[in-house]
Design a protein around this ligand. Structure first.
Ligand SMILES: O=C(O)COP(=O)(O)O
Ligand SMILES: [Mg+2]
Length: 215
């Protein structure tokens, strides 16, 4: 394996508290009731616009307001992107170890690129990454395979030489369409995704070549 590419929200970063904070500020702006973090977390993974589409459907808010409310939500989020977000599992130690083992690292997320880079920087992961591809880096978002294929290009690796690590069926579908092996994390929303045991990832260090040889 020459490279490992990670999804961001729900995979590397538990960003649900900050996303929920921004969503609830947007809902307050329009006089709608605040929602639980655990509910908002289930709406994440298909990009900011789809989050707002799903929220509007659940709350009976008009579709016509989706674009405006997406902008308001993203403005709130960009103003306070990393107040309560934390890294999942052993991300802080395993990513430097993977890089030290000569494995190229990238992120492919449906979060806007600049916001993704800010979050990754504040949580200390950005220096370990050779590529960050976001929702607006290419004209496409996951599950379209093209953002992931673009990440492979930036890393200079082929689909069979890498692994994509994610937390949703969107990530699985994207990886399958790109011909990239996929692992689904065993935390957060990843737990609800039905995958065979070999595709399950319990800690990032299990991606290390030594962990593979040790069985
Ligand atoms: O849906 C989003 O905004 C981002 O989600 P992702 O990092 O899991 O792709
Ligand atoms: Mg995710």
């Amino acid at each position: 394996m020459k490279a490992a590419i990670f999804d961001l929200d729900g995979t590397l970063v538990d960003s649900a508290p900050d996303i929920a904070h921004a969503v609830n500020l947007m809902l307050a702006d329009r006089g709608a009731p605040a929602q639980e973090v655990s509910f908002i977390e289930t709406l994440v993974g298909e990009g900011a616009r789809m989050l707002v589409v799903k929220l509007h459907r659940a709350l009976g808010l008009p579709d016509a307001d989706v674009d405006r409310d997406t902008r308001i939500y993203l403005d709130h989020y960009a103003a306070r992107p990393v107040a309560d977000s934390t890294l999942y599992a052993d991300a802080a130690t395993a990513l430097p170890a993977l890089r030290a083992a000569g494995i190229k690292l990238g992120v492919c997320t449906n979060k806007p690129q600049v916001l993704a880079e800010q979050v990754l920087d504040r949580l200390g992961l950005l220096p370990h990454l050779s590529a960050v591809v976001g929702a607006d880096t290419t004209p496409h978002v996951k599950p379209d395979p093209r953002p992931l294929l673009h990440t492979l290009d930036l890393l200079g690796v082929a689909s069979g030489e890498t692994v994509y690590v994610g937390d949703t069926g969107i990530d699985l579908a994207c990886a399958r369409a790109a011909g990239v092996p996929c692992r689904i994390v065993d935390w957060g929303t990843g737990r609800a995704v039905p995958v065979e045991e070999p595709a399950r990832l319990r800690r990032f260090a299990d991606l290390l070549p030594a962990a593979v040889t040790a069985g």
